[in-house]
Design a protein around this ligand. Structure first.
Ligand SMILES: Cc1ncc(COP(=O)(O)O)c(C=O)c1O
Length: 408
């Protein structure tokens, strides 16, 4: 038997079925008329945001990194909550604009921005988080050619990383950002060229659960921004402090103590160097804002036993939930939180492995978990599916195609 991760807050049993508030997930699946299906909850998105907002310093802007989930209706909902959006491609720019996001609230990070993407972003008045000197020169030339002002911040490759993070975007040679020591010269270059220099973007890592690590990184980030500003001799209008706030996926994971992180950040901002006195600060979060508000539903289409192990074979799989299969940035495969949605309060009495319909042994959504006994027609729920699910999985693998998505 292998343990499963903790089921996020906000899910409960109603008449024996998995529910969010008064809404039974089984009813949602029945109304949708199809599985596999991602269900995202407006109420859970709003609750998570409200708690984070209350924990963070008032003057801190909170941005949504839409790479975590670019589903249109979800973007529209987030647009009413957050202060800004971070995009990573021209495709995400189009999705954000379609969802009604004001381009003035968008920033665009990511290495390898193509000229057409730069042109679209500059044309819409998006702030570029510039990742190299070469990109800065291309952006200056494009802005001059199309006669638009260039709003540009510099993404810094910090010499530190976010300790304990699942993905590190700083602390050594990286394809992201510009090494610290080269940043002041580029600031001067951009200002001298007449660009609207927006400040710094400093993103050190992702998926950290320990408050201490986040607090230390935020402190280092503010100190770095102050040092670079001193060296460049100019106050940055904005500093994006990155994020990296994680969510519990696996057995033993504990949620981030965001109240502690918020208190420390307030103190850090209050004591910041005078060169940053007029600077606006932001954080940019993806999975923390949306990850726990989504669940992936897949129906059992066969139940079989091989060498004593029970397999629930479902109509879904890693082509929709790659991360739950352990093939998206994890070293050791562990189980996401999982449940039988139509028997949510039944006793867990049977060790069963939930697998998908793909002909690869990688397609294992949950490995030897103790669950209520499930059979053909039952509905499996994989939690923490609100981030890096539908859009970060190879939907077309084996000709399967995407899952349906619903915001309730
Ligand atoms: C620049 C940047 N911003 C934001 C994010 C979002 O990370 P998360 O979903 O862990 O908050 C990432 C993740 O890769 C990133 O690279």
């Amino acid at each position: 038997m292998k343990k499963t991760g903790p089921i996020p807050d906000g899910f409960s049993a109603l008449d024996g079925a998995l529910a969010i508030g008064e809404v039974k997930i089984t009813d949602v699946a029945a109304q949708a008329g199809e599985t596999p299906l991602f269900v995202y909850s407006r109420a859970l998105l709003s609750e998570t945001f409200a708690r984070l907002r209350a924990a963070m310093p008032q003057q801190l802007a909170i941005h949504y990194a839409m790479k975590a989930n670019p589903f249109g209706p979800l973007l529209q909902h987030m647009n009413g909550l957050v202060d800004g959006f971070d995009i990573a491609s021209g495709g995400e720019l189009a999705l954000a604009i379609n969802a009604g996001v004001d381009p003035a609230r968008i920033s665009f990070a990511g290495p390898g921005k193509r000229d057409a993407e730069l042109e679209a972003a500059i044309g819409h008045g998006v702030t570029l988080n510039c990742e190299s000197e070469g990109e800065a020169e291309r952006a200056l030339a494009i802005a001059a050619r199309i006669g638009k002002p260039l709003k540009i911040a510099i993404r810094v490759n910090p010499s530190f990383d976010l300790k304990g993070s699942g993905m590190k975007m700083g602390g050594g040679a990286k394809q992201f950002g510009i090494d610290e020591e080269r940043v002041p010269v580029l600031v001067r270059r951009l200002i001298d060229a007449g660009a609207d220099w927006r400040g710094f973007h400093i993103y050190a890592g992702s998926q950290a659960l320990k408050a201490d690590a986040l607090i230390e990184t935020q402190s280092q980030t503010i100190a770095l921004a102050a040092r670079l500003a001193e060296e460049a001799g100019v106050t940055p209008p904005h500093v994006n402090l990155g994020g990296g706030y994680g969510i519990p996926y696996f057995p033993g994971d504990e949620p981030v103590d965001i109240e502690a992180v918020g208190r420390a950040l307030s103190a850090e901002l209050a004591g910041r160097a005078s060169i940053l006195a007029d600077t606006h600060f932001a954080i940019e979060l993806g999975r923390y804002l949306v990850g726990e508000a989504g669940v992936y539903l897949t129906r059992v289409i066969d139940r079989k036993i091989s060498h004593g192990e029970t397999f629930l074979i479902t109509d879904g799989g890693l082509h929709h939930q790659l991360a739950a299969s352990g093939n998206f940035g994890t070293v050791i495969r562990r189980n996401y939180p999982v449940a039988i949605a139509n028997r949510f309060d039944a006793t867990a009495e049977d060790v069963q492995s939930v697998v998908g319909c793909l002909c690869t042994p990688l397609d294992r959504l949950s490995d030897q978990a103790m669950l209520p006994r499930a059979d053909v027609g039952d509905l499996v729920a994989i939690f923490c599916a609100g981030a890096y699910g539908a859009s970060a999985s190879p939907a077309n693998f084996l000709g399967q195609g995407p899952a349906a998505e619903l915001l309730i």
